[in-house]
Design a protein around this ligand. Structure first.
Ligand code: FES
Length: 69
């Protein structure tokens, strides 16, 4: 994903899951996006998709019926 700092998408997804909300926060955590900046739009997209998928993944737990109801 980030060729300048050799950071792959898996690392960026992990950083997003740990709370990074934009490319600046990803850069502070792992360096991605702090070189030429060419990967920053892709990093922002990956943050959005990771956070969205985390939200979808949590829905079944929120909507699960209580046992015995
Ligand atoms: S490719 Fe990520 S900063 Fe250059």
């Amino acid at each position: 994903m980030c060729h300048c700092h050799r950071v792959n998408d898996r690392v960026i997804r992990d950083v997003a899951r740990q709370g990074a909300q934009d490319a600046d926060e990803v850069g502070a955590a792992c360096g991605a996006g702090t070189g030429c900046g060419g990967c920053r739009p892709a990093i922002e997209g990956l943050i959005t998709s990771t956070r969205a998928s985390e939200g979808v993944a949590s829905l079944p737990m929120i909507c699960a019926p209580e046992p015995g109801v």
